[in-house]
Ligand binder design. Structure first.
Ligand code: QAP
Ligand code: CO
Length: 201
């Protein structure tokens, strides 16, 4: 297992369209495992392979609540459908085959650290994919799981959540990051940077 480097906006490699996998090889399973380790280490709930510079149609998700300070999602907030899903999800070549309703959520992204904005997504999606064993699978998602898979599937087409904001908001955030970059330290330097600190725009 290994921790991988996560590309950050405006890295042009995040804009590439990821290629479907032909079959799930041991190498791709290894990549999925390393992505999970990287995601857990960064306290993320979803990660696409393109974010670790592997332009293949693969994403991993684990929205399970974490305890301690990071309780972002209480078990009782999970829908009944979500509670039945076996996590983590390792998803190759996902395709949305059914979608219903609309919902919004204050989204963030490991490739745009420190920024959170409200994004509209489908409330429910049915997704066809290959699982970690390469078996054709079909899953129905709602709640945070549905939002998360739609966010991660955007990455596979080179799209980021900040592209889905109003043009004014989107351009303001992009210009700010290009000009000032990201707040420097995180886990190594809690004294100077408050985690999740709001950045004035
Ligand atoms: C995508 O995002 C997502 O800014 C996954 O400082 C987000 O895991 C889907 C993270 C929200 C649905 C709803 C972001 C960690 C993690 C940060 C993430 C940060 C540390 C983002
Ligand atoms: Co993201």
């Amino acid at each position: 297992m290994a921790i991988l480097e996560i590309l950050k906006f405006p890295d042009p490699r995040l804009r590439h369209k990821a290629k479907p996998v032909e079959s799930v090889t041991p190498q791709l399973q290894q990549l999925a495992d390393n992505m999970l380790e990287t995601m857990y280490e960064s306290k993320g709930i979803g990660l696409a392979a393109i974010q670790v510079n592997e332009p293949v149609r693969l994403l991993v998700i684990d929205t399970r609540p974490i305890n301690k300070e990071g309780a972002r999602y209480e078990p009782q907030q999970m829908t009944e459908r979500e509670q039945k899903v076996d996590l983590p999800l390792v998803v190759f070549n996902p395709v949305i085959v059914k979608k219903e309703g609309k919902t919004t959520y204050d989204e963030g992204c490991l490739s745009v650290p420190g920024y959170y904005e409200t994004v509209q997504r489908f409330d429910y999606v049915k997704v066809e994919y290959l699982n970690r064993e390469g078996e054709k699978s079909l899953i129905e998602l709602d709640g945070l799981l549905s939002i998360c898979i739609q966010h991660e599937m955007d990455h596979l087409d080179g799209k980021l959540f900040i592209d889905r904001l109003s043009p004014i908001k989107s351009n303001r955030i992009k210009s700010r990051i290009k000009k000032h970059g990201y707040p420097e330290a995180d886990e190594d330097d809690e004294s100077t940077t408050k985690k999740g600190e709001e950045v004035a725009l």
